[in-house]
Design a binder for this molecule. Structure first.
Ligand SMILES: *Cc1c(COP(=O)(O)O)cnc(C)c1O
Length: 380
């Protein structure tokens, strides 16, 4: 069986977890947590970083920090994971869904402005498959209309955007806030895990409190106050040192992991290019301002029937390929609340997109088996 995903252990994970026992510190915000946070700040030029227990938690922290109130409107793509929307829905926000691009499942940057109203509070672009949204366009809207930008960079570790000014910036360093995921299906993992990045310093102090259950415990540990107490709302957003230790082992191997994934991605692309053109199957596009972090290799079939047929065929050959999101604006939870227009591109990706197996330990022979089987499926 060739699985869709196999979590990759890079080597030192168990050693570092052992170290947390020797350090006598298992709860959060210890040495490994600090080490990981510093790494992100230094390597990617992020503002202040806070590890969280998931990207979902980081999104919920972001919604709290932006002080989202009932009736506030948040613009985001409909083609995304539930958590992107749920974090804001939890605070009573109205989610305003935008369509995807024709050449890419990411948000269509040119369709955002028409959705902005006086109630709009934030835009949440999702860097689908780790491929940058056109951030110049989004940050321009942000400054013209006074809106916050939260980058959902869950899939976008070690990926970059080059702006019109020629500056290359890491995804996650551009919006006021950004969130990442280290769920086992992402490039860099800790089982479950995530991170909030704060690029707008005004949010830092409150983030420390929200992170620590609404207490000023961080200030207490820094010696700024004599005792800590309840000062705001918050939750238990910080992960244990055991999780951070695992993550640190992965971060040490970031370059190796990324290179290996890119090799696999490029191999898929090369092997499928000719077939895809012949069969009107859309392959991933990396715009000139974006980089490829090889998070997902996907195909977009012209219709759902063809996709279903290919999935079934692959399954008979013991290959596990899976589709991705169902449009949030048509979800059971939101369809009655949705008042916007039809989102044609989003629905096209919902029907046609298929993700191929992609993980560190996938070898060249397995890649060939996958691509050969796909090519044979359309011949049948
Ligand atoms: C994976 C993912 C999330 C959620 O991440 P968790 O760490 O599982 O909470 C949110 N948004 C996007 C776009 C994702 O891909």
């Amino acid at each position: 069986m060739i699985y869709f995903n196999k979590p990759h252990i890079s080597g030192k994970e168990l050693d570092y977890i052992q170290d947390t026992f020797q350090n006598g510190k298992l709860s959060g915000n210890g040495e490994f947590t600090q080490r990981c946070q510093r790494f992100f700040q230094e390597k990617f030029n992020f503002g202040r970083c806070f590890l969280t227990t998931s990207c979902t938690d980081a999104l919920e922290m972001a919604a709290l920090l932006l002080d989202i109130q009932s009736g506030d409107e948040i613009i985001m793509p409909s083609y995304t994971f539930v958590s992107t929307a749920n974090a804001f829905a939890l605070r009573g926000a109205k989610i305003v869904f935008a369509d995807s691009r024709k050449d890419h499942p990411g948000i269509d940057e040119d369709k955002i402005e028409e959705l902005i109203t006086p109630k709009t509070k934030a835009i949440v672009p999702v860097h689908y498959a780790g491929v940058a949204c056109d951030m110049d366009k989004i940050m321009d809207l942000s400054s013209r209309y006074g809106l916050y930008v939260v980058e959902d960079a869950a899939q976008a570790i070690d990926s970059y955007y080059t702006g019109r000014d020629g500056q290359k910036k890491a995804l996650g360093s551009i919006g006021h806030l950004a969130v990442f995921s280290f769920h086992e299906t992402k490039n860099i993992i800790s089982g479950e895990g995530g991170m909030l990045v704060i690029n707008e310093p005004e949010f830092e102090k409150r983030a420390e409190v929200l992170w620590e259950k609404g207490t000023n415990r961080s200030a207490f540990f820094k010696g700024e106050i004599d005792k800590y107490c309840w000062v705001d709302v918050g939750s238990s957003f910080l992960p244990s040192e055991i999780i951070a230790a695992f993550l640190w082992a992965q971060l040490e191997k970031l370059e190796d992991i990324q290179n290996q994934r890119k090799k696999i991605w490029n191999s898929y692309y090369k092997k499928l290019l000719e077939w895809a053109e012949k069969d009107s199957v859309q392959l991933p596009v990396i715009p000139s301002y974006a980089t490829n972090n090889a998070h997902i290799f996907y195909l977009v079939f012209p219709n759902m029937e063809e996709r279903i047929q290919v999935v079934k065929w692959l399954k008979t050959k013991k290959i596990h390929a899976i589709f991705h999101y169902t449009s949030l604006h048509k979800s059971l939870y939101y369809k009655d609340k949705y008042t916007g227009r039809a989102l044609f591109q989003c629905e096209r990706y919902e029907r046609g997109l298929l993700r191929l197996p992609l993980y560190y330990d996938l070898n060249e022979e397995e890649i060939s088996t996958v691509t050969r089987t796909i090519q044979n499926s359309s011949a049948s």
